[in-house]
Design a binder for this molecule. Structure first.
Ligand code: HEC
Ligand SMILES: [Cu+2]
Length: 352
């Protein structure tokens, strides 16, 4: 074996060793945000269908152009010994008509079905069926979720039911945000003073993650979303989630949790947060909404809009210094001691 070949082979191996992990990293088992290969709702199925249509058409056009390009290079290249000027060409009507008409047909060919898809997505759902309606308010940097009919106010983690129509009404309390959970539907802006609808029907049970998709300030990148799609029946059904959420908060059960409740009541947390049955509201108002409703905060998977896993340690870290976790976070640093943070975390974690 020659040295040159050996070093070539080594380089190839090194390249493969470098590239393989990168390529495998793309093969994420759970593909949590891959809308095109794994749509999980009717709206995302429509987007995926168009994505695949364009991909096929574009591939055909790309391959055709590349073949024509190389054919022209090879056919018309300068022959050895031939020093005459090539034939000078000042336009060819047939060619020009052809390259105007063909792209026009291609564009029309994708415009017509695309318009059909847009109308399909904008259709108001049939009102004679079960509809889960949720008011979604984007806030720097979390989502308030209000189920008016059910009387549930919560944040960041949306619960819905498989096979049931969902209608969101999106708005914002401050700047423009955008709701985007790719596997269930496309993006929709949440704009102050506007109310934009977004409809989808989930087809798969599971957890689907998303993200605010409109630059909205310092912690824009830490403004996540999770949608939990429940089955229709069984202990984990959507209806049992609704019943559970309609109950007040769990009672503090240990001395630590009781101490934590005192911290919560006395340190100013109640200025921004509601806990049904613990930190109640003036009659008529539904929730103090400058911070997420914490009545069932212990049952969330994450806190601070998908930023930290929901553990007592992380709640303690968050309440001690929210800005350390999320730059610019609009929750005050109330100067809790380590012990107070630990107690309040024990109290909040118990609010399942
Ligand atoms: C000035 C209003 C304000 C005060 C006072 C306040 N918070 Fe908050 N809190 C917020 C806001 C706003 C958020 C959402 C921040 C984000 O995710 O960007 C939040 C989020 C939280 C969260 C995470 C909830 C979730 O589901 O993501 C917890 C837990 C929390 N606060 C506990 C407390 C405790 C305990 C206190 C008192 C020591 C307190 N807060 C005081 C405004 C406040
Ligand atoms: Cu945002």
């Amino acid at each position: 074996m020659s040295n040159a070949f050996r070093s070539f082979r080594h380089r190839l191996t090194a390249l493969a060793a470098l590239a393989l992990p990168l390529m495998l990293a793309a093969c994420d088992e759970a593909h949590p945000r891959d809308a095109y290969a794994h749509p999980a709702g009717d709206a995302s199925e429509i987007s995926a269908w168009f994505y695949n249509l364009y991909l096929i058409l574009d591939t055909i056009i790309f391959v055709g152009v590349v073949i024509a390009f190389f054919a022209a290079i090879i056919k018309f290249r300068k022959k050895p010994g031939d020093n005459t000027l090539p034939e000078q060409n000042w336009g060819d009507s047939r060619l020009e008509i052809a390259w105007t008409i063909v792209p026009t047909l291609v564009v029309l060919g994708i415009t017509v079905p695309t318009l059909g898809g847009l109308f399909e997505l904008a259709k108001r759902p049939d009102q004679n069926q079960k509809i889960i309606e949720i008011d979604v308010v984007g806030k720097q940097w979390w989502w308030e979720l209000d189920y008016k009919k059910e009387g549930i106010n919560t944040g960041n983690e949306m619960h819905v039911e498989v096979g049931t129509q969902v209608m969101l009404h999106l708005t914002s309390a401050d700047v423009i945000h955008a709701w985007w959970v790719p596997r269930l539907s496309g993006k929709r802006d949440a704009t102050p003073g506007r109310n934009y609808p977004l409809n989808f029907r989930p087809k798969e049970v599971g957890s689907f993650d998303g993200q605010c998709a409109e630059l909205c300030g310092a912690s824009h990148a830490l403004m996540g979303i999770r949608i939990i799609v429940h089955p229709k029946d069984g202990p984990d059904s959507y209806e049992s989630w609704v019943k559970h959420m309609q109950e007040g908060a769990a009672k503090a059960a240990t001395p630590e949790q009781e101490a934590g409740q005192k911290v919560f009541m006395n340190k100013g947390c109640v200025a921004c947060h509601t806990i049904n049955g613990v930190a109640e509201l003036a009659p008529g108002s539904r929730s103090r909404t400058s911070g997420p409703n914490l009545t069932h905060v212990g049952s969330r998977d994450f806190i601070a809009a998908h930023t930290l896993k929901n553990t007592p340690e992380n709640i303690a870290r968050w309440v001690k210094n929210p800005q350390e976790v999320k730059p610019g976070a609009l929750m005050s640093n109330l100067g809790l001691s380590d012990q107070e943070a630990k107690d309040v975390a024990a109290f909040l974690s118990n609010l399942k």
